[in-house]
Design a protein around this ligand. Structure first.
Ligand SMILES: [Cu+2]
Length: 168
């Protein structure tokens, strides 16, 4: 009986200490917009020490925040909303142009280079508990960060074989 009680106590202590993941966010930035541009993306590197998921994002400054992914559809890069991004334990997950990103839509104000956007990331732990992480994303110029957001990509490769439909 004594052993059982001890085991239960130990189990609950472990549960309490392991419920919340330690989540590290690095290099968070938002792409600056030009006047009247209505959407832009935020990009960052995120690492959780335990299996978790990024399930939401919001900002006190900008409305309509969604999590998006980019995917090839008929040779055209398209983006779509996803419910979550997996954060496997210890792995740095990159949200970057051309991949997963946080999307701001319905912008009514220009997002200017040199500013910062507060961002709240919602993390769901493997036991279903949630925690929020507050970060500041630096606003960077359009040119930084490589590939454009929502740009179509044309694949080269003329002169190889006709009939060479891409399969992925
Ligand atoms: Cu998007």
């Amino acid at each position: 009986m004594k052993t059982l009680v001890k085991t239960l106590l130990l189990a609950s202590a472990l549960a309490a200490s392991t419920a919340f993941a330690q989540v590290k966010v690095e290099n968070a930035w938002v792409r600056a917009t030009v006047p009247n541009q209505q959407a832009t993306g935020a990009f960052l590197n995120i690492t959780s020490d335990k299996d978790a998921r990024l399930v939401g994002a919001s900002s006190s400054l900008l409305p309509n925040v969604e999590i998006h992914e980019m995917a090839m559809e008929n040779d055209v890069m398209k983006m779509r909303q996803v419910q979550s991004i997996d954060l496997p334990a210890g792995k740095t997950v990159e949200l970057k142009p051309g991949g997963h990103h946080i999307m701001f839509m319905g912008l009514t104000e220009q997002v200017k280079e040199g500013g910062a956007v507060p961002l709240t990331l919602e993390i769901e732990n493997s036991d279903g508990s949630k925690e929020s992480i507050e970060i500041q994303a630096q606003v960077r110029a359009l040119a930084s960060g490589g590939k454009g957001h929502g740009q179509a990509h044309s694949h080269g490769g003329h002169g190889s074989r006709d009939n060479g439909a891409h399969k992925r």
